[in-house]
Design a protein around this ligand. Structure first.
Ligand SMILES: [Zn+2]
Length: 302
């Protein structure tokens, strides 16, 4: 075990094994399903003092499935009502997921809640949800997943979230790159407009934009407000593939050691294994302190 203070800046938690396994869709290197009962002992074992829950819901996909289940013989008026009801139900599920994430932290103060917002919310709903969860329930930031929520980062429907987050000094972490989802929505260059329009927003590109690392590096030179986590990409090191230890270490140096947070992407990857991998990379002790915890403490105000 190492003596480093370690914060896992990127985990997902689920209420039950069933829900977690469904979310993983078989894409995984572990048998974990993402329950808190699984996570806490791993944190203990790997000396991880805090974990940031970047939970979300694939609302667009859930809505599509609900719409497809509507009977075909509805009148236009009935169908309009049914669609309204589906939207309301989806928004309720998102709000309950965010509340559940925030509630966990009361029982487990070492789990840090981020909340999910969605283009399905109108301006007022989005802003109200954000303010409520931050001011009343301890949320520390926002998680958005363009690939599984089916939106481009430059989508104006998200502008209220970006604006409010910038005003409040709240970080937004985005899934970025190819990892386990098509890159259509989430490739790093899609973020340029957001970075330009919100120069004081702390924008976190998860996975250092896996598959498009060169775009991530080039954006890091242009935008001082862009930071990264190495979740999933660190679990994907493969000595025989393109992503060797040397390649990842030099990538982290290129975007800046003080701008990358350690993360695992539990339950897709094992946090203990990700810790071991970072310990093994060629960084000085001071650099590892930054990567393991100090960057997250500064960037996420922990
Ligand atoms: Zn993730």
């Amino acid at each position: 075990m190492s003596d480093y203070v370690i914060i896992d800046a990127h985990v997902h938690t689920y209420q039950t094994r069933e829900v977690g396994l469904q979310a993983k869709q078989g894409n995984t290197t572990t048998d974990y399903a993402g329950t808190v009962d699984e996570l806490l002992p791993i944190m203990e074992k790997a000396n991880i003092s805090q974990a940031v829950m970047v939970n979300m819901l694939p609302l667009a996909e859930m809505k599509k499935a609900a719409v497809e289940r509507l009977p075909e013989d509805l009148s236009q008026a009935q169908r309009d009502d049914a669609l309204k009801e589906i939207d309301a139900r989806m928004l309720g599920r998102l709000e309950r997921r965010n509340s559940w994430t925030c509630d966990l932290t009361r029982e487990h103060p070492n789990l840090i809640p981020f909340i999910n917002l969605d283009p399905l919310q109108d301006d007022t709903t989005m802003t109200t949800e954000l303010l409520d969860k931050v001011n009343n329930q301890g949320a520390k930031g926002i998680k958005l997943h363009p690939g599984s929520q089916w939106f481009y980062p430059s989508d104006r429907r998200l502008w209220p979230a970006y604006r409010t987050a910038q005003e409040m000094g709240l970080p937004i972490i985005f899934h970025a790159g190819r990892f386990m989802s098509p890159e259509t929505y989430s490739r790093p260059n899609n973020f340029v407009e957001v970075l330009e329009s919100f120069p004081e927003l702390t924008l976190v590109m998860a996975h250092i934009g896996t598959g498009y690392e060169n775009e991530a590096v080039s954006l890091s030179k242009d935008f001082h407000n862009l930071v990264f986590d190495c979740s999933a990409i660190i679990g994907s090191i493969n000595p025989d593939g393109e992503l060797t230890e040397e390649r990842l270490a030099s990538l982290i140096r290129e975007v800046g050691v003080e701008r990358v947070m350690f993360g695992s992407d539990f339950p897709w990857f094992d946090p203990a294994d990700s810790v071991a991998r970072l310990l093994h990379l060629e960084f000085s002790e001071e650099e590892k302190q930054l990567l393991f915890a100090e960057n997250a403490i500064r960037i996420y105000k922990l």
